[in-house]
Design a protein around this ligand. Sequence first.
Ligand SMILES: NC(=O)c1ccc[n+]([C@@H]2O[C@H](COP(=O)([O-])OP(=O)(O)OC[C@H]3O[C@@H](n4cnc5c(N)ncnc54)[C@H](O)[C@@H]3O)[C@@H](O)[C@H]2O)c1
Length: 186
Amino acid sequence: MDIAGHAALVTGGGSGMGAETARHLARAGARVAVLDVNRDGAAEVAAETGGVAFHCDVADAASGEAAVAAAREAHGPARVLVNCAGVGAPGRIVSRTGPLPLEDYVRVININLVGTFNLMRLAAADMAGLDPVNDSGERGVIVNTASVAAYDGQVRSSTTTVRPSLPPGPSVSSGAFRILRSPCAM
Ligand SMILES: NC(=O)c1ccc[n+]([C@@H]2O[C@H](COP(=O)([O-])OP(=O)(O)OC[C@H]3O[C@@H](n4cnc5c(N)ncnc54)[C@H](O)[C@@H]3O)[C@@H](O)[C@H]2O)c1
């Protein structure tokens, strides 16, 4: 899909892979909304890319809905979503101090997995209401980032296998998801 002129959402856009993704999309001509819990980082990247920034906790339904609505208000419904929001591995399953606190594991699952799904569902709902952009019926594209560590476990990475269990990249087409099996390297 040619993304020039289309609205794009980047979660975790206030830092790291998300920030670089926002810059890349802006250079390609997209109107970028940077969504992040880090307000300052998001605002900085938005200023740099000529985009907009909105506070968004991807793990929270209401926060995600509000951020997507604000981005829609600013740029129209997005045809591109790139999920980069995430936090690192919480630690070894058992360390010298005992078992990993369950809340540490749950936090990572909620942000990296549930948060990714949350924004997918919200962005896909908007995309499904748009007209196709080409003869193949494409309405938009969603890219979920994940770690290669999912395929090669690492010490202290007790949650890393989780996010890749989501489809790597659904493309919203004719009201249904088409799963792209190619790896997403960002
Ligand atoms: N950079 C790498 O080489 C690499 C490799 C493997 C995995 N990862 C994973 O990919 C993810 C992003 O990596 P990065 O290097 O860009 O990290 P980063 O810390 O630079 O950026 C992550 C961004 O996500 C935001 N964020 C955290 N929780 C959020 C939430 N609940 N809602 C919205 N935004 C939230 C942070 O504020 C931050 O701006 C992380 O989960 C990281 O563990 C990164």
